[in-house]
Write a new protein. Structure first.
Length: 275
């Protein structure tokens, strides 16, 4: 009985015991799954620096053309009456728009920084409009040169971080050039200073006469041709990415505003915003 108690365990039991210990040790020593993943795969799953710096995305990018269209309409309802009442304060407000755009782009929320350059581009159009309509409005030939004062800066900024500002400004300038060209080619340009310098009682009749002159067959064909050309250009721009969609919205809104102005001059000149 004593021999049986002191006898060593059979070899088979030792092998089974050691194998079970090895399994336990192997289970605890197995490295985590993440350690087995190659480092290149882990790095590839991290967001790129360009993605982190992207100012707009998703629905925010879709809002950019809508904001651009709204900024085209703002001068009609806000700037025009403001400049007539107090051109100096309207001109100084350019600094507020520019500062807001710079702060939004440099320190604003990450997903909204793309709206900052758009405000900067709008500030150039705002300043040009204040300068012309405040002090030079009786000289229609000065309109386009004043509006184009920031053209070199806009061209230089097309490939930089302020390209949205350049795209908005250039599209607005193109729309202005087409409008002024149509006014000149239809023979309405000489009536411009007459309408703006006439007494309040006579100005509506002069503006109505100018609108009727646009409806003459040759003039109407010219205006329609320019409108079709701008529409086709806008459709082509929309296929060229986010910047193209911004420019297209600016062009089409400018065209719509011009059309509404013509309708107002025909039906109710007092509501045109020009007099």
């Amino acid at each position: 009985m004593t021999a049986l108690l002191t006898a060593p365990p059979p070899a088979s039991l030792k092998v089974a015991y050691l194998s079970s210990q090895n399994q336990v040790i192997g289970a605890t020593a197995t490295p985590p799954t993440s350690a087995l993943v190659p480092e290149t795969l882990v790095i590839s799953q991290r967001p790129s620096r360009a993605a982190l710096k992207a100012p707009l995305g998703g629905s925010d990018a879709a809002l950019l053309p809508m904001v651009a269209a709204a900024l085209v309409v703002v001068p009609v309802f806000l700037q025009a009456p403001w400049v007539r009442l107090h051109p100096s304060s309207a001109t100084l407000f350019t600094a507020v728009i520019t500062a807001a755009g710079l702060l939004l782009e440099l320190r604003g929320p990450e997903r909204c920084r793309g709206f900052g350059p758009l405000l900067v581009g709008f500030s150039s159009s705002w300043l040009a409009g204040c300068l012309f309509w405040g002090w030079c409005r009786l000289h229609p030939l000065w309109h386009l040169p004043i509006e184009a004062f920031a053209l070199p800066l806009a061209l230089a900024g097309l490939n930089g971080r302020w390209r949205s500002a350049s795209q908005f400004y250039l599209a607005s300038l193109l729309g202005t050039a087409c409008t002024d060209g149509a006014i000149a080619l239809t023979g309405v340009m000489p009536l411009w200073p007459q309408v703006l310098s006439a007494p309040v009682q006579e100005a509506p009749a002069l503006l109505h006469r100018a609108a009727l002159q646009v409806l003459e067959p040759a003039s109407l064909a010219l205006v329609m041709g320019i409108a079709v050309a701008l529409t086709l250009l806008a459709r082509r721009c929309r296929r060229s990415g986010a910047g193209g969609r911004l420019a297209a919205a600016t062009l089409l809104t400018t065209l719509a505003v011009d059309g509404l102005f013509l309708i107002a001059a025909l039906l109710s000149p007092q509501l045109s915003g020009l007099i």
